[in-house]
Ligand binder design. Structure first.
Ligand SMILES: [Fe+2]
Length: 498
């Protein structure tokens, strides 16, 4: 079926040579609907008939000429959704209609400066912990209470979209005044959504729980010693895990409204373990080696211990990226997993003794891990991590770990082909934890096209079992999710109604 061009958003970006506005990060401005079935030219292999649900990936796709220097995390949120049912697929792509997106569309130019520029360059107050940024709602997506919740890493308002039709519902009503960070966490077993936020004012962090009915059930302070830059949280069946890591804004400069990140190797990493509906006085604090962790993989309870897996950065404050264009050295360095060296790592917190034991699980540089979401917060066996392109915010392949045996398998895409964050898709009726697929959008810079690929999770080394060519090459991005149709009331005709 031919793709339908729904709308083209007017861009004002001038020709430029910014490293994160070209190649796999070249922005696009077309919003599409497209459906796919076996036998069509766009489908290579067969669309699996044993999956039912939707893959949603967001990313930063700048629309307007930036005010000053551009950081890819400033870009406008652009959501790419592809749903599967009965061996058919339906793709829809839409910008998130944030308040900032609409105001800039009306003005025909950027109104907010980004991360790399001083706040006074923004033409009006903004959002987030830094207070003058545009809430691009571009970092992360989860499907909760039947709808996408799109979030911003600096703590924004949270926007809701329908995962199938991409109808937009604006900001989420229960979001507190300090906003919500990216990496809200869905407990599939209960339908609860766990979230946190952070800010420049005491108590500097809050944590909350939203029920499956989309009502705020719990919201408590997590008091910290000062402003911090947490990016992710984790949970077990009974506890939530927040963190206080020794990478934060320089306090003296912050008084002058300058946001300069510094790592303090002399300080410990601290973890707050709080019962899911606990109060601040219930928090158990654990200390660990200094690091910064961008993303956790999973956590679970085992005897007296809480086990937490994530990616331990060996160099949280990387030296400048030597080949970067003038003025972008620091930005390029902080986008380079090859310089920050995140490694798969395990922390064990003993709830009886208060001790922490740490263990490196793999010495390769990996990040952006995914698991079978049914096992989130529970003891699990399989992890799927992205292999970063060493000096770029790009992924060139996937590693599967068997955390019980220590075995691992990998699949690399080849020169000029870059994956998205790649969630696990359970097969309908699956019994095994790894009975399903790994799904990703791949951008092929050489062929100038993007495709949605599916790998057999039990044999990722065999390469894709299906490739679906999208209407055009999409911009690289950040986070994604898979939601089961059975969990979110996927409409019967959702795939065919493009
Ligand atoms: Fe993230």
């Amino acid at each position: 079926m031919p793709a339908e061009l729904v709308e083209t958003i007017k861009t004002t970006i001038q020709p430029n040579d910014h490293p994160y506005m070209k190649g796999a990060w070249r922005p696009t401005f077309n919003e599409w609907n497209a459906t796919f079935a076996d036998g069509e030219a766009e489908v290579i292999g067969e669309i699996p008939k044993d999956i039912d649900g939707v893959y949603v990936r967001t990313g930063e796709n700048q629309v307007h000429e930036p005010i000053g220097r551009y950081h890819p995390f400033d870009g406008d949120g652009f959501v790419h959704s592809i749903s599967f049912k009965d061996g058919k697929a339906s793709y829809r792509s839409r910008f998130v209609r944030t308040k900032g997106f609409e105001a800039e569309r009306e003005a025909g130019r950027s109104l907010w400066a980004g991360l790399m520029e001083p706040p006074h360059k923004s033409t009006r107050p903004g959002w987030g912990a830094q207070e003058w940024l545009k809430d691009s709602s571009s970092t992360d997506v989860v499907v909760h209470a039947g709808k996408i919740l799109s979030t911003f890493y600096q703590c924004g308002e949270g926007y809701r979209l329908d995962p199938f039709t991409m109808e937009q519902f604006g900001t989420e009503g229960w979001v507190p005044i300090d906003g919500i960070s990216a990496h809200t966490k869905l407990d599939e077993a209960t339908g609860e959504l766990l979230f946190f936020n952070y800010s420049k004012h005491a108590p500097y962090m809050h944590y909350g729980v939203v029920g499956p009915d989309n009502k705020l059930k719990h919201y408590v302070p997590i008091p910290l010693p000062g402003p911090r830059l947490p990016h992710d949280m984790c949970f077990t069946e009974n506890y939530s895990i927040l963190n206080d890591m020794p990478l934060f804004w320089n306090e003296e400069l912050l008084e002058r409204n300058i946001h300069a990140v510094e790592f303090h190797p002399e300080m410990k990493t601290r973890f707050a373990v709080i019962p899911r509906y606990g109060q601040p006085e219930d928090i158990r604090w654990f200390e660990a080696e200094p690091t910064y962790t961008l993303h956790w993989l999973n956590a679970y309870e085992e005897g007296d211990e809480i086990v937490l897996d994530g990616y331990f950065q060996e160099e949280p404050q990387p030296k400048s990226y030597p080949d970067a264009p003038d003025g972008l050295e620091r930005m390029m360095a902080y986008l380079s997993q090859g310089l920050m060296k995140p490694k798969l790592h395990r922390w064990r917190f003993n709830m009886k003794t208060g001790e922490t034991v740490e263990q490196r699980l793999d010495d390769r540089i990996l990040e952006f891990g995914m698991i079978n979401q049914k096992y989130a917060g529970r003891k699990y066996r399989y992890a799927y991590s992205a292999i970063p392109e060493p000096y770029w915010f790009l992924f060139k392949g996937i590693v599967k770990h068997d955390l019980e045996t220590g075995e691992s398998w990998s699949y690399e895409l080849g020169e000029g082909r870059y994956a998205s964050e790649s969630p696990f898709v359970p097969r309908i009726g699956a019994k095994d934890e790894d009975d399903g697929y790994i799904i990703s959008y791949v951008s092929d810079v050489n062929a100038d096209r993007s495709e949605c690929i599916l790998l057999d999770a039990k044999d990722i080394e065999a390469g894709p079992v299906c490739r679906i060519i999208l209407p055009e090459r999409i911009c690289s991005g950040t986070h994604s999710t898979w939601a089961n149709g059975s969990d979110i009331g996927m409409p019967e005709n959702s795939v065919l109604a493009a």
